[in-house]
Design a binder for this molecule. Structure first.
Ligand SMILES: NC(=O)C1=CN([C@@H]2O[C@H](COP(=O)(O)OP(=O)(O)OC[C@H]3O[C@@H](n4cnc5c(N)ncnc54)[C@H](OP(=O)(O)O)[C@@H]3O)[C@@H](O)[C@H]2O)C=CC1
Ligand SMILES: N[C@@H](CC=O)C(=O)O
Ligand code: NA
Length: 417
């Protein structure tokens, strides 16, 4: 028998206990042993629970109990969770976690500390086994690129906004459905997707970067005008996490992105996630499934528990020896190169277009297409650029915004084709 202690009995923890019971037959056969949840750590002992399990509010009763084999961390947060997980590792426990925020900051320290198995499938794209795909299935490949919809809450919000629904109503619904983080600004601000991207990048490239090192933009400023423009021009707007290798450099970024409707990833709706991984040997592979929610996440957490119960012990990030190839360096956000959509609201005056075109050209930005939409008393100018450098685009935006004919801050969305 394998005994587990669960730290955190919220959306995911409760589902883990329920699924271990509901699917006990198949889980026991696959693990070769019975898996028994013996105790759960919670913050509030007085809260009513949906599952019957011994409770404590002292995590050491799990991390230091000699009877417990695996500590499953499902409490969230960074420093408190780090304390719990490192205590478990120091006391010889195997660890399973769904906590991407913890891993975004501490994965390399935890890797050093872990002498016992450490699994984290649920931390990226919920129920999709993308960590196992990248760490195991694609381990013969140099990874060229990863692109993914890796936040279920944002994809749900963007999908519902297309139906004309209000942003804040949909966000509230995502919280009720158990998709959102305890603090939903992590979702809509792009930080949760960034945490996941950093985890994927560590497996793909062994790169140790922190959220502060990369470009992160959320969906808070996306509005119906952008969504309608996207539709009209054959694009969908998705929050993407992107990792791209460019010689010995790597770019990591999270931002709302215009994607042609014909692309598979553009068709991913609601809470579903999708991750495309391009390997130099295999070519493009794609993984699709539910990215958030109690049961989908529990499916991934329990797959890790089964793997440990079977006696498997793999290197945490997938590397048994130091890299033989040259270490990649991280591009600064300013160095990123992609296409951009700019929406500029201006007074309807002679010479405006010429002035804007001049500023763009001066900053080495070439226009791919252009559209002008008259509105009551002003004009909306929509530009799509050819590939341009982020720093030049930001400079051009600043310069154009200084012009008196510009009546609102300029909106921009990056394009991936
Ligand atoms: N929800 C989802 O779809 C997914 C979530 N995740 C990750 O899984 C983890 C759990 O998420 P979720 O279940 O949604 O979160 P919830 O907020 O629903 O649950 C958190 C649980 O942890 C307990 N807890 C929080 N802080 C402490 C503490 N200091 N000491 C003891 N217990 C504590 C809470 O106790 P109490 O009940 O008493 O308040 C609660 O039971 C997070 O890391 C999240 O990012 C990953 C993939 C998907
Ligand atoms: N809040 C996250 C939960 C899963 O990781 C999301 O919405 O994707
Ligand atoms: Na996963």
């Amino acid at each position: 028998m394998v005994k587990i202690g669960i730290v955190g009995l919220g959306t995911v923890g409760t589902s883990v206990v329920k699924v271990l019971q509901k699917n006990r037959d198949i889980i026991t056969s696959r693990a070769g042993k019975e898996i028994m949840p013996v105790r759960a750590v919670v913050k509030n002992l007085n809260k009513k629970r949906d599952v019957d399990i011994e409770l404590t509010d002292d995590y050491k009763k799990v991390t230091r109990d000699s009877e417990i084999d695996i500590v499953v961390e499902l409490m969230g947060g960074v420093e408190e969770a780090y304390k719990v997980v490192s205590d478990a590792l120091k006391h010889g426990k195997a660890v399973v976690t769904a906590n991407k925020a913890l891993l975004a900051y501490h994965r390399f320290e935890l890797q050093k500390l872990a002498k016992t198995p450490f699994e984290y499938e649920a931390s990226v794209a919920g129920g999709i086994p993308v960590i196992k795909a990248l760490r195991d299935g694609l381990s013969a490949n140099h990874i060229e690129e990863i692109q993914g919809i890796i936040n279920g809450t944002c994809n749900y919000i963007l999908s519902e906004m297309k139906k004309g629904r209000d942003y804040s109503d949909v966000l509230k619904e995502a919280q009720v459905l158990g998709y959102a983080e305890a603090d939903p600004t992590f979702d809509v601000g792009g930080f949760d997707a960034a945490h996941k991207l950093l985890i994927l990048a560590s497996i793909a490239y062994n790169i140790d970067a922190k959220p502060e090192d990369i470009l992160i933009e959320g969906i808070e400023n996306i509005n119906l005008v952008d969504i309608e423009f996207a539709k009209e021009f054959g694009y969908e707007i998705k929050l993407l996490g992107i990792a791209k290798k460019d010689n010995n450099k790597i770019e990591l970024r999270v931002h709302p992105t215009l994607i042609p409707q014909s692309k598979m990833i553009a068709k991913v709706e609601g809470v579903m996630n999708a991750v495309s991984v391009i390997g130099d040997v295999v070519g493009e592979t794609m993984y699709y499934g539910p990215g958030a929610g109690g049961d989908a996440t529990a499916s991934a957490v329990i797959s890790d528990i089964i793997e440990i119960a079977r006696g498997q012990n793999k290197p945490m990030l997938g590397y048994k020896k130091p890299l033989e190839i040259e270490k990649l360096t991280l591009k600064t956000p300013d160095e990123i190169e992609t296409k951009y959509y700019l929406r500029i609201a201006v007074n309807d005056e002679i010479g405006v277009l010429e002035k804007i075109a001049h500023i763009l050209a001066k900053n080495d930005i070439s226009i791919e297409s252009f559209l002008q939409k008259p509105r009551d008393g002003f004009v909306k100018l929509l530009f799509a650029t050819h590939k341009s450098i982020e720093k030049n685009v930001k400079n051009a935006i600043k310069e154009i915004e200084k012009e008196k004919f510009v009546i609102k801050p300029i909106n921009y969305i990056r394009i991936e084709e």
